[in-house]
Design a protein around this ligand. Structure first.
Ligand SMILES: Cc1ncc(COP(=O)(O)O)c(C=O)c1O
Length: 434
């Protein structure tokens, strides 16, 4: 019998001490020892090209020198202060994010996760509007607390129906499985807006607090609505004084290429915007930015122990400054176009790939049984394994676990992008031949 490798050994130990629902990718999961740029080395010494960044979180490359230097410098000064005392990185990062948010008179509150950021946004909106009613989009994912789960519309991720919110569901950007899928962009948006009007008129008590939406649905498989979609929705929201919360946990910081924030594709400015994942390039950094009037509506104290801690704020500052200095949004736009150009012909000739969608460095392919839309989880798993065999890390997602998510680092080079696409196309060809 072959000796147990480090991965197999960890698999057994992991299974013994963590809950069963905390799964890994692949039949033989890998452990990561270290990373550099778009590459990681696993615990058995193999090198992989990382086109997922730990779920769009390592945003500007592993061990980015600016982020490492900022963390080292801050760690040598002080790790924790709490917001009971000022820390310069906290104030500087809040200033930077307020400025970048596009929200006038913005205030920023930091948390440690996207879930807590969305919890905070929903708490603020419901207190401000004195209502527990929320609109959320079908196929959404907003996190794992009861509140965030209450606005999550993914059967595979909804562990509980327990929450104090009254939630009504509206149509969003998942066009492939929408009853409106055959409509063109304009008609699709109109149909969803008509539905929104009916949902408000028929299913709510009339004083809805907010609508929360991901501009491109992340866990939902990078489902992308037509440009202007949320602009049209927001006209209806505005008529009812319903706040708009843009969950930019996956779409922020230029990843979509054409825009710095996902909301900008729609000609709107949100009342509240939540961010997490990529902003700290792997450190626990998240938060809410919003209009002062809404952000200030609590008349009690509220506090997050690790929110705004100097270490993650230092990493956040270094990350955002690198994004701006190196114009990584432009790189995301350019590499995203190259990715689409390379993938489109492959998608067109592969009868089990329903579509490529997404924009910038946030693109996905949805895997189905040929001739229809029935999801093919088995083939998706086979494609994940084929990518792993070729040392390419991509993500899985979608309502039925049948979507491959491709999200390279924002600073991915031409050579690495080509290399990753070559490996992906080769994996598709191998699965096709099986
Ligand atoms: C759009 C979106 N919102 C919120 C969350 C929750 O973030 P976290 O896992 O940091 O709590 C996620 C996580 O995947 C997400 O994709």
């Amino acid at each position: 019998m072959a000796p147990m490798g480090r991965h197999d050994e960890l698999k057994a130990r992991y299974a013994a001490v963590t809950p069963d629902w905390l799964g890994q990718y692949y039949e033989h999961p890998i452990g990561i020892e270290r990373g550099e740029g778009s590459w990681v080395w696993d615990l058995e010494g193999e090198r992989h090209l990382d086109f997922f960044g730990g779920v769009l979180t390592t945003m500007i490359g592993h061990s980015h020198p600016d982020v490492v230097a900022a963390l080292r410098e801050q760690a040598g000064k002080v790790l924790h202060t709490s917001t009971l005392y000022f820390s310069e990185p906290h104030v500087e990062l809040a200033e930077l994010i307020a400025d970048l948010s596009g929200i006038p008179d913005a205030r920023v509150f930091f948390t440690t996760s996207g879930t807590e950021a969305n919890d905070t946004a929903i708490m603020l909106a419901t207190v401000y509007r004195r209502s527990n009613q929320i609109l959320a989009l079908r196929n959404s994912y907003h996190g794992r607390s009861p509140t965030a789960q209450a606005v999550t519309a993914q059967r595979g991720w909804s562990a509980t129906s327990h929450s104090g919110l009254a939630v009504s569901w509206v149509h969003g950007g998942y066009r492939l499985r929408s009853p409106f899928r055959d409509l063109d962009d304009e008609a699709y948006t109109r149909a969803c807006v008509d539905d929104l009007v009916q949902v408000i008129d028929m299913t709510t008590a009339g004083d809805v607090a907010a609508m929360i939406a991901e501009p491109i649905q992340g866990v939902g498989g990078f489902a992308t609505p037509p440009d202007g979609f949320f602009g049209a929705m927001k006209k209806v929201l505005d008529a009812h004084d319903i706040l708009f919360i843009s969950d930019e946990v996956q779409t922020g910081w230029g990843r979509t290429g054409d825009h710095f924030w996902g909301y900008e594709a729609h000609g709107v400015v949100p009342d509240l915007l939540t961010f997490a994942k990529g902003v700290g390039n792997g450190t626990a950094l998240a938060g809410v930015v919003g209009r002062a009037e809404v952000m200030n509506c609590l008349d009690v104290l509220s506090f997050s122990t690790f929110g705004g801690n100097p270490l993650s704020c230092a990493a956040g500052l270094a990350t955002i400054r690198a994004v701006l200095r190196d114009d990584l949004q432009a790189n995301a736009a350019r590499q995203g176009r190259r990715l689409a150009e390379r993938l489109d012909p492959v998608v067109a000739r592969t009868d089990w790939i329903a579509e490529r969608r997404g924009r910038g460095l946030m693109q996905a392919i949805e895997i189905v049984h040929p001739g229809g839309l029935e999801p093919d989880r088995a083939r998706t798993a086979a494609l994940m394994e084929a990518c792993r065999d070729r040392h390419l890390l991509v993500g899985k997602g979608g309502l039925y676990g049948n979507v491959i998510r491709i999200a390279p680092m924002l600073d991915v080079s031409d050579a690495d992008l080509d290399e990753g696409v070559d490996r992906l196309c080769d994996a598709i060809a191998a699965v096709d031949a099986d």
